[in-house]
Design a protein around this ligand. Structure first.
Ligand SMILES: Nc1ncnc2c1ncn2[C@@H]1O[C@H](COP(=O)(O)OP(=O)(O)OP(=O)(O)O)[C@@H](O)[C@H]1O
Length: 414
């Protein structure tokens, strides 16, 4: 057994595993974005008009996709690089990235825009409209253009009044200004959240939609390889370990396609290897890290215990279709049909479409389901629904058991 002084001494003498741990932090912006180059191109093309029609146009782009698909890092990288390219062309542009989860009201967002521009604005006594007018006048006076990204815009849409959303989106109708200086990128997990808005606003926002797919295992492998090179000592993460993580999360292998979780797993595996004095980060460290990180999945299972009968039937319908169609994403129409077939079997009156939609929405907020719009080509656009947890036999048994309990009235939902 080494003595305690030696343990502390070796811990202090630097890491044999990590070179630059900060590269694995969620806010780190890497110099390359493998497999998002095309999205940067799409954003550039969407904003190209800004340059050719300087001051005449205000652009709106929606970036949407499931969690961890690189929406934030890609828009930030685009915004900052675009800014410097415009500077080379003699155009002053500011890129402002705001998070609607942090700044939850229109007023707070406005204050944050002012503070990003280092514009002193009296904190009290101004309406949002007045504050926006000051911001606009400031840009006008200095001949500056701005791209404002509203990240996690879903929160804003769900928490704000239609008027506030309207104000933001149709800003130039409100300001009735001749020069258009502000453009927006709306970043959303689920563009369906927009469907609750007025048609006018919806159409205005949805003109340019850029969708981010969950990453496949090969894509994740490339993203992880870059991080390994920058964050780890040479040759401590074998190829096999890298592939193992990529396959755990790759969407083609039934994973969520979430780069954040893949990077977090890599970091935790490295830390476990270090604690265990291993010279290499091995798949066994990844397995342990994976189960620690995915204990969140077991929290979802806890949530399911509280569901009423009909949401449980919806989950059962999803499982059936998942097994039958061998796909994770189920069109809502098929889900409703399967749901109503199960109801008939059980002698239960099926709920109506709007109520089913409410259940789906609630389970999405609980983190049990994810929804997204299908691309074109599936006979029009439709909502696709998928479970966030893997469909294991244990999961199936849990749902069936809970359904029985509700049917037998053996346990009232809380
Ligand atoms: N193509 C990529 N190359 C390198 N790193 C990436 C890439 N895509 C995502 N990442 C990294 O994965 C993590 C998650 O990415 P990001 O926060 O941009 O996802 P997101 O889609 O905005 O997620 P959320 O919806 O949860 O906010 C970040 O650490 C980011 O740097």
């Amino acid at each position: 057994m080494p003595n305690i002084e030696d343990i502390i001494e070796s811990g202090l003498s630097g890491s044999n595993i990590f070179k630059r741990l900060e590269v694995l932090a969620p806010e780190h912006v890497p110099s390359r974005l493998p497999h998002r180059e095309e999205k940067i191109k799409e954003l550039t093309l969407a904003f190209r008009d800004l340059l050719s029609n300087l001051g005449l146009t205000s652009i709106r782009v929606v970036v949407s996709g499931p969690t961890g698909t690189g929406k934030t890092v890609t828009t930030k990288t685009f915004g900052n690089t675009f800014k410097s390219r415009l500077k080379d062309r003699g155009v002053k542009m500011e890129y402002i990235h705001l998070n609607c989860h942090k700044q939850r009201t229109l007023y707070l967002l406005t204050m944050e825009i002012a503070s990003s521009l280092k514009l002193p604005i009296p904190v009290r006594g101004l309406s949002t409209q007045e504050a926006f007018r000051i911001i606009h006048d400031y840009l006008e006076k200095r001949n500056i253009y701005a791209i404002i990204t509203l990240d996690e815009f879903d929160y804003f849409v769900n928490a704000s009044s239609q008027e506030d959303v309207y104000f933001l989106v149709r800003l130039y109708d409100e300001l009735s200004s001749a020069t258009r200086r502000i453009s927006y990128i709306f970043v959303m997990r689920d563009e369906q959240n927009i469907s609750t808005l007025d048609r006018g606003i919806r159409d205005h926002i949805m003109r340019n939609l850029i969708y981010f797919n969950p990453y496949t295992s090969l894509e994740l492998r490339d993203i992880l390889a870059d991080r390994v090179e920058d964050a780890f000592q040479p040759n401590v993460v074998p190829e096999e370990t890298l592939n193992f993580i990529a396959e755990l999360y790759g969407s083609d292998k039934g994973g969520s396609g979430n780069a954040r979780l893949a990077i977090e797993t890599l970091e935790m595996a490295g830390k476990l290897a270090e604690v265990k004095n291993s010279a290499l980060v091995l798949p066994e460290h990844v397995k342990e890290a994976f189960s620690k990180i995915n204990k969140e999945a077991s929290e979802i299972v806890d949530e399911i215990s509280y569901l009423e009968l009909h949401p449980l039937i919806i989950l059962k319908a999803l499982i059936n279709l998942h097994n039958r169609l061998k796909t994770d994403s189920i069109p809502i129409g098929r889900l409703e049909k399967e749901y109503s077939d199960i109801c008939t079997e059980l002698g239960e009156e099926p709920r109506r479409h709007t109520q089913i939609y409410e259940y789906v929405k609630r389970m999405r907020l609980m983190g049990i389901l994810e929804t997204r719009q299908s691309g074109r080509g599936m006979r029009g656009r439709t909502t696709l629904i998928s479970l966030t947890v893997p469909v294991t036999p244990e999961f199936e048994t849990l749902i069936t058991k809970k359904m029985r309990m509700r049917l037998d009235n053996r346990e009232e939902p809380v």
